[in-house]
Design a protein around this ligand. Sequence first.
Ligand code: SF4
Ligand code: SF4
Length: 216
Amino acid sequence: MSSVKEYFKGVGEGVKSLLTGMKVTGKELVTPKVTEQYPENRDTLAIPERFRAELTLKYDASGHHKCIGCGICQMNCPNGTIQLTTKMVDLPDGKKKRKLDKYMYDLGSCTFCMLCVTTCPQDALEFTNDFEQAVFTRDKLVKQLNYRPEPADDAPAAPKPAMDPEKLARIKAEALAKAAKIKAEKEAAAKAAAEGTDVKPAAEASSEETNNETSK
Ligand code: SF4
Ligand code: SF4
């Protein structure tokens, strides 16, 4: 008799448990969904602005970035994610300037610590929130951040035209003659000093002669 009682007691507990589960299922059936249906919702997906997905250089409307190639971000990066090279360029005014050549960033090794961004003296870096960075090979994660062509006003100046060879030879000959004359005068002065006589350089002597003639 007791086994029949236990049997029905077990059936009752099973039904009760089933109804409890069905209650939870029924409640979730009518509750608004919070799970992101990615990638179906790609167009409406809202990623927080501060999400750190990929390092990038800031560009203004004319295509300029503010990086001066100082290398501070590279020095502060804890794991060698940033590798940059610089180059010397001739400016339109004839001066030379060090500029960024290549800014290479390895997204595969970045820890998104943001030290590079916070220590940049030019405020030239930022993180985008574009999280879709999946690729099939790791080498595709190495990116050149200064990928845009340099604006025209940043382009190196055109090389100066070569000097007329005759003019160049004349200037060179004059410079050599002047150097030889100065050397001869110095040698004569040194010789005179050794002999105890006062010999003045030719230029000085001719100046004194002119003064004497004028006073007469
Ligand atoms: S991004 Fe900033 S810190 Fe890095 S090299 Fe350019 S100017 Fe210097
Ligand atoms: S976020 Fe950190 S790890 Fe990534 S490039 Fe910048 S300094 Fe290096």
